[in-house]
Design a protein. Sequence first.
Length: 218
Amino acid sequence: MRTSGASAALRLAYSQNGTKPVAFLDETHNVDPAHRPSYYVMVAVVVQSREMSALRSDLVNRAGASYLHTTEALRTELGRERTVELLQHLGDPAGSELCALRHESTVDPMDKNGEAARARCLRRLLEYLSQPGIHGDGVDLFVLERRRNQGEVVLDGKTKAQSLSEGKTGPSARLMQVAPGEEQLLWLPDLVCSASRQVVARGDRASFDEVGHITTLI
């Protein structure tokens, strides 16, 4: 991670989170009614705290860079090869990472910016992952890619607050938003989102099949 203010805040959050797993989230969507199909997909990749440092280093080494955006990488042959390698690494049966994926298969044309669909996806992931179960005592810390403006950040906070008020999300759940360059582990949901987009938009499962066995659709 870069030594920025956001990274310092994230390091503190990791310290406070202790040995509990962390969920890294990203999304992909099409909400333009002129282009079908419409969809909103949000992915969470759960990483055990003890694995985070080594996994981060592995990602940087395998990508050959300190920054990765899958959409950009897929524009070159080398980028496509590395994307497949990274998905295979994430899906390695010897690994401990898990994915949860929420897919809104249609987006209301009135939901012009996809915020309502995003709220449903985010809430479902928060509720699923914060509960005790296959994730041990549940996930408390959720790290998302930073949104474009503070108003959007507030909307995500309201989504969490509503679920919390209804007792459906754990009381310790915490959202943090940082740039992918500040936390390379955000590459993981970006990779899965890219693979999911290929399934939804083109019916191409080749990339998603690399991680399908560690992914739960909720």
